[in-house]
Design a protein around this ligand. Structure first.
Ligand SMILES: Cc1cc2nc3c(=O)[nH]c(=O)nc-3n(C[C@H](O)[C@H](O)[C@H](O)COP(=O)(O)O)c2cc1C
Length: 325
């Protein structure tokens, strides 16, 4: 039985209204299966360059419980087999983010798949609902990985909850029971949490990267386009990425055009990244990194901690004074 009931727990038979975010390079099928066993909705992260075969393979590992496949729409445009493999896998939910979901929504609905879209502004939330999505993920600029850095999670969530009539999940900077309780109290149907799960035992990140993440303080991440330019990954210019701030990001922020044209520097970057040089390596993470302790704890343990949101909400409810006569 769910500890906290919302649309999300009821729709997908979860114990806690939490999605372990779809994180390319972090959350594979095994990660999803662990999230499912822990009573939350697991997210399979699909990179823009992934093949349909990779999705099919990971979907098998994900198991039979409801889960989410997270597509990066600019990647789907380049690799249409990503969509075909996703439809064939029939996850309970698909996240169509980082682009216009309109061309894909009907096909997902025909396959019986709930469609979510991550948005970074209220206007984008309205556009997503107009495109027919079933769930809006209001993702603030403090979140890890890609998105826009225009509005922080709380002001975005308040505004989006007021203007859309579909369930809203909150994302960006939610990394403990306190954050989960806060967004549920505000009216979110759940939290879409990335950074707090990056260092879990089932994350595909190597130990060295987990150590970098764990050592990052709350003010040691930054949102930029520098790492995408350096990696030449094809991310549309409107989306940047939040990562642990390193010397490379600091050096090139504000000089992106110069970097894009500097082929020697790009070659040096690629070599240093392959050597996992911490001053160069992209380590995607949000401001919630400051709350990580570096222990590679199983997802189930992290979920146990998040479940304390129920106590916080009970305590908050008890502190509301009944109206006096
Ligand atoms: C390492 C990492 C990789 C990510 N990769 C993806 C991705 O492939 N697709 C996607 O939709 N979102 C991706 N995201 C963004 C998450 O879905 C989510 O919006 C974000 O993690 C929420 O903020 P938080 O990190 O503060 O919890 C990624 C986030 C991180 C930290």
């Amino acid at each position: 039985m769910a500890l906290i009931n919302t649309w999300l727990t009821d729709r997908f038979d979860l114990d806690l209204p939490v999605v372990a975010a779809t994180m390319a390079g972090v959350s594979d099928g095994r990660f999803v299966a662990a999230a499912s066993s822990a009573g939350i909705l697991g997210g399979l992260g699909v990179s823009g360059a992934a093949t349909g075969d990779w999705i099919t393979e990971q979907a098998l590992a994900a198991g039979e419980r409801p889960y989410v496949i997270g597509l990066q729409l600019w990647g789907v445009a380049e690799h249409p087999d990503q969509l075909e493999a996703t439809l064939a896998a029939r996850p309970a939910m698909v996240s169509l983010s980082f682009g216009d979901p309109t061309p894909y929504v009907d096909r997902c609905h025909e396959a019986g798949i709930v469609v979510a879209c991550q948005v970074g502004t209220t206007a984008a939330a309205r556009a997503a609902v107009d495109a027919g999505v079933d769930v809006v993920v209001a993702r603030g600029g403090e979140g890890g990985g890609h998105g826009v850095d225009q509005v922080a999670t709380l002001p975005l969530l308040q505004s989006v909850l007021d203007v859309v009539d579909v369930p809203v999940l909150a994302a960006g900077g939610i990394a403990s029971a306190r954050g989960l309780a806060a967004v549920l109290a505000a009216g979110a149907a759940g939290a879409w949490i990335g950074t707090a799960f990056t260092t879990c035992a089932e994350s595909t990140l190597p130990d060295g990267v987990v150590a970098l993440l764990a050592n990052a303080a709350e003010d040691q991440t930054s949102h930029s386009h520098v790492l995408d330019i350096a990696q030449r990954t094809g991310w549309p210019a409107e989306f940047g990425g939040r990562a642990v701030t390193n010397a490379f990001v600091e050096h090139w922020t504000g000089r992106e055009d110069e970097l894009a044209a500097d082929t020697d520097e790009l070659a040096r970057f690629a070599a240093a990244r392959d050597d996992r040089d911490p001053e160069v390596l992209p380590v995607w993470a949000g401001q919630g990194a400051g709350l990580l302790d570096g222990q590679r704890r199983p997802i189930a343990d992290i979920v146990d901690d998040l479940a304390q949101a129920a106590d916080l909400l009970r305590a908050a409810g008890a502190s509301v004074r009944a109206e006096v006569g």
